[in-house]
Design a protein around this ligand. Structure first.
Ligand code: ATP
Ligand code: MG
Length: 425
């Protein structure tokens, strides 16, 4: 036998028996987005590598270590998107979307790719639901975006397990001062830093704060915090964001350690954390990126957004034993008693589907008994038994598989579907 090819490390197949979970999540994402009037945006899976180098930042872990970058047959350097904001900013600039109507509010539900060490809650292909809001520098926008993320978790009954942590990293001037202070601090502790952080120290000392090594974490405990380096405007903005969160009755804690792993963030940064998830406990991360649109060649346009890890969301639901309701079962299975009635069953199915009734009939040439067993296994709500006698009389039995109740159904063209619809309801 030939050797089977297996899925790549860090990737997962989503199988039909999980469909109901994904359907449900998609519905929650879409309906919540609708209630905040965010509209979908779809961007390509791959982009020019340069896009991520410039936006996410050359010295970030994502760009340095985690990108799936390759040359296509035309010799272009392309990268599978590791995050959502860069592609969205590129698209809105390319289509001039922010020249029409502001605020511009978009969301996406897509796959992302990072070459990371696979473990629980950390994969090489993962799903994110994310949103971006362009055009507002008001603190109400910050609060609304955080509320949007929180609302999704609330809809999934996760609100009680989730902590909202907020911080401000300030504008580019505050960040510059802060990075300088961080550099000075870590320079003094240099001898105890891991090899990776020694490099980070030279290129981007803020990344040391994200290091997962215990020793570096300990050193980071007493590192300077961003809040001490905010200019007056950034300080006021953060105060105002906190006020707006209070207005919305959204509980939060200020966590001065949050800096987020992407360079583009300015001012507000936030995380939604579920402590039951262990090391991968950040379900959602986001914040402002007021300079990014300009840096990517657009005009000065404040913006903010978040990315919510859907795989981690599913883990959180599992951990808290929150069950997603299974989709409704198939409405009807049509059983053909004789082989030569199979094509007839197919036609009946077509009529029913035109009337939005979900149905199936035998496609494997099974015996009557085997068809009944199959209908039971797929949990069909009803079966219709089709024999030549039934066809002659233009009447057949419709059986409710749960109650075992049987009703006669007309097989006449204009009565068939209407009668079934009545009973299915
Ligand atoms: P982490 O600190 O866990 O590495 P991050 O800061 O890299 O997260 P973001 O880039 O802000 O995360 O992505 C937003 C969300 O996407 C994360 O909070 C997480 O839920 C999810 N996420 C990020 N990377 C992965 C991954 N490799 N596998 C699964 N989910 C991920
Ligand atoms: Mg990461």
């Amino acid at each position: 036998m030939k050797e089977k090819i297996r899925a790549q490390r860090g990737t997962k197949d989503i199988l039909p028996n999980e469909e109901y979970k994904w359907n449900f999540l998609k519905k929650v994402f879409e309906s919540t987005a609708k209630s905040y009037n965010f509209k979908i945006i779809k961007t390509p899976v791959f982009e020019a590598t340069e896009l991520f180098n410039r936006s996410v930042g050359e010295t970030t872990d994502i760009v340095q270590k985690e990108m799936y970058t390759f040359k296509d047959k035309g010799g272009r350097s392309l990268t599978l998107r590791p995050e959502g904001t860069a592609g969205v900013v590129r698209a809105i600039l390319e289509h001039g979307l922010c020249n029409f109507m502001l605020p511009l509010k978009v969301y996406y539900l897509d796959t992302f790719y990072r070459y990371e060490k696979p473990q629980s809650g950390r994969y090489r292909e993962f799903f994110q639901f994310g949103c971006e809001l362009f055009g507002s520098n008001l603190s109400e926008a910050d609060a609304e975006v955080m509320h949007f993320a929180f609302k999704i978790l609330d809809e999934l009954s996760l609100a009680n397990y989730i902590e909202l942590k907020v911080n401000s990293v300030g504008c580019s001037r505050c960040k510059k001062k802060y990075f300088h202070a961080l550099h000075e601090y870590f320079e003094l502790k240099k001898s105890a830093l891991c090899q990776m952080c020694l490099e980070r120290l030279q290129k981007n000392p803020a990344r040391i704060l994200d290091c997962k090594s215990q020793q570096c974490e300990n050193i980071s405990l007493n590192a300077p915090i961003t809040l001490d380096y905010l200019c007056n405007e950034c300080y006021q903005h953060f105060e105002s964001v906190k006020d707006k969160l209070k207005n919305l009755k959204l509980k939060y804690t200020v966590d001065p350690k949050i800096v987020r792993g992407l360079d583009y963030y300015t001012r507000t940064v936030f995380e939604l954390v579920d402590n039951s998830l262990g090391a991968q406990k950040t379900v959602c991360g986001g914040g402002r990126y007021d300079n990014l649109v300009k840096e990517m060649g657009g005009r000065d346009l404040p913006a903010l957004g978040f990315g919510l890890g859907v795989n981690r969301l599913l883990l959180a639901l599992e951990n808290h034993n929150i069950k997603i309701k299974k989709d409704d079962n198939l409405d009807l299975y049509i059983i053909n008693v004789q082989e030569d009635l199979r094509s007839c069953a197919v036609v009946f199915c077509r009529v029913l589907r035109e009337n939005f009734i979900s149905c199936e009939c035998d496609l494997l040439g099974r015996s009557l008994k085997a068809q009944l067993k199959y209908a039971d296994r797929i949990c069909a709500r009803f079966v219709l038994v089709l024999g030549s006698e039934e066809l002659e009389k233009k009447e057949a039995d419709l059986k409710n598989l749960k109650t075992r109740e049987i009703k006669k159904i007309s097989l006449k063209k204009y009565e068939f579907a209407t009668q079934i619809i009545k009973i299915l309801k």
